[in-house]
Design a protein around this ligand. Structure first.
Ligand code: NDP
Length: 479
């Protein structure tokens, strides 16, 4: 099967006629091909978007909202098919894609479809002399680049607000997980989204991604991915004075106090460590436990994690699916080796799994818990982005805070305590853009989403996202 670019409402081969293999990570087999596009395909997409922009921007909020709602409904109608496709491309369990990825992709469209109906702008009265009002307009063309871990979920998290605000989009999914983006283009064609409003160009980051980032007629770039790629994008885009939203890597702390609700904490910590094979930027990979609770936690946590079944993503009994690619699996395994070289002890997991049957050649790793490491070592400072967590005891609030804030990242943090004062204190002192107290991944799409330090620049979500994709003008009228 061949995936095709979606440009100007048409499904096109790459101009180069070159193709890339697309692997199913659960079997290690090639199951489709994707366009190995380049700057020329991006140029076509820009021309199509420029052509479509005036009419799309002039359409008005209500009509744009209707188109987005139609896309949301079509995603919902195909929930099972999309979930299966996401699983085949990424390796995640089908059941997870059904309850997390695809419903959220639908919600991204319906959320922004309705959000634009409630937008307003401000006015400022300057005494009796003048009145100012803020006039908002779409930026024009927006570039949206997304990673492989939550493919349709993150792709639509960018595209939906960009389209809702009246922009036309040139988007690139990760070349490792392009399938549901392709299916989204089929949905757009089917519901009659005007040609050129959304253009999806498939291919490699250094070719397609960088052509989008460096294109002079794309003034806004919304990117989610690794910190190193984010730095490269910032280097190219900054001298062009582009608007940039960068959602980057994380090394998130999970801080557990002895006074927490133990059962609730344990259940959620298993999820926050290993959901999606630990390939969620918000997973809590560094677990700090108050010393008086450490042994009890360690025993219970190891027991629960040992019981997690790893294997075929199609089997609903499996909690952990395949790692997204051979290359990424090798990276994760190399970090487990590094952790041991740094003096860590593997309490459970630590090796590749070879399931029997159709997944024998897939890329599976046991969920892994490591203890005995310093919080400053490389294993505890660098993003692994896989099913690997470390556990460390702490003796005081000050020590927990110092360890939690010690990495260059600042995406999210989780705190487990029944002490409200302590929860507020930690929430205010932690250098993370998103803090969960006694929960994890509880998302309200209206809230600002993003990281501090090397986890990113800017915020997505709610009106923050609509603001990003909008140009604001102050108009001052003398009374
Ligand atoms: P990458 O940074 O490798 O890639 C992200 C996207 O950028 C892909 O589409 C990639 O294409 C593209 N790309 C690569 N190089 C360039 C370039 N020079 N110019 C423009 N685009 C480029 O990230 P991963 O796909 O490996 O995703 C994992 C990372 O994403 C982790 O660090 C994770 O923490 C982060 N992430 C952050 C989130 C957040 O909200 N903060 C959420 C989810 C993930 P290609 O695939 O072809 O290389």
């Amino acid at each position: 099967m061949k995936i095709r670019n979606y440009i100007g409402g048409e499904f096109l081969d790459p101009l180069s006629h070159q193709w890339l293999d697309n692997y199913n990570p659960a079997t290690g087999e090639v199951y489709s091909q994707i366009p190995d596009s380049d700057g020329l395909d991006v140029e076509m997409a820009v021309l199509a978007a420029q052509k479509a922009f005036p009419a799309w921007a002039a359409l008005g909020e209500e009509k744009r909202s209707e188109f987005l709602m139609r896309i949301a409904k079509a995603i919902d109608d195909r929930l099972d098919t999309l979930a299966l496709a996401e699983s085949m491309d990424n390796g995640k369990p089908v059941w997870l894609a059904k309850v997390m990825d695809i419903p959220r992709a639908r919600d991204n469209f319906s959320f922004f479809a309705t959000a634009i109906l409630h937008e307003s702008s401000s006015t400022h009265k300057t005494g009796t002399e003048a009145i100012n009002y803020t006039y908002k307009s779409p930026i024009g063309l927006a570039g949206c680049i997304s990673p492989w871990n939550l493919p349709l979920y993150l792709f639509t998290w960018k595209i939906a607000p960009a389209l809702a605000s009246g922009n036309c989009v040139i988007a690139k999914p990760s070349e490792i997980t392009p399938m549901t983006a392709f299916m989204l283009s089929e949905i757009c064609a089917e519901i009659g989204l005007p040609a050129g409003v959304l253009n999806i160009v498939h291919g490699l980051g250094p070719k397609v991604g960088s052509a989008i980032v460096s294109h002079k007629d794309i003034p806004a770039i919304s990117f989610t991915g690794g910190t190193k790629t984010g730095a490269e994008i910032a280097r190219v885009a900054a001298p062009m004075f582009k608007k940039l939203s960068l959602e980057l890597g994380g090394k998130n702390p999970n801080i557990i106090f002895a006074d927490c609700d133990f059962d609730k904490m344990l259940r959620t910590t298993v999820s926050s460590s290993f959901t999606n094979q630990g390939e969620i930027c918000l997973c809590g990979s560094r677990i700090f436990v108050e010393r008086s609770l450490y042994d009890k936690f360690k025993t219970a946590f190891v027991e629960k994690v040992k019981a997690m079944k790893v294997g075929d993503p199609m089997d609903d009994g499996n909690k952990v699916g395949a790692i997204v690619s051979r290359q990424h699996m090798e990276k994760v395994l190399s970090y487990i080796k590094l952790a041991q070289e740094e003096g860590g002890t593997v309490l459970t997991g630590g090796t590749q799994v070879h399931p029997e049957g159709r997944c024998a050649n897939g890329y599976f790793i046991e969920p892994t818990i490591i203890e005995g490491l310093s919080y400053t070592c490389r294993t505890n400072q660098e993003e692994i982005f896989g099913p690997v967590v470390t556990i460390m005891p702490f003796d005081s609030d000050e020590e927990a805070l110092e360890m939690a804030n010690s990495t260059p990242y600042g995406l999210s943090a989780t705190i487990w305590t029944e002490n409200l004062t302590r929860a507020h204190h930690f929430a205010h002192q932690l250098q993370s853009g998103i803090i969960w107290v006694n929960c994890w991944l509880l998302r309200d799409l209206r809230t600002p989403f993003g990281g501090m330090k090397q986890s990113g620049v800017g915020r997505e979500g709610g009106f923050e996202a609509l603001d990003f994709f909008t140009e604001k003008k102050n108009i001052c009228i003398k009374l």
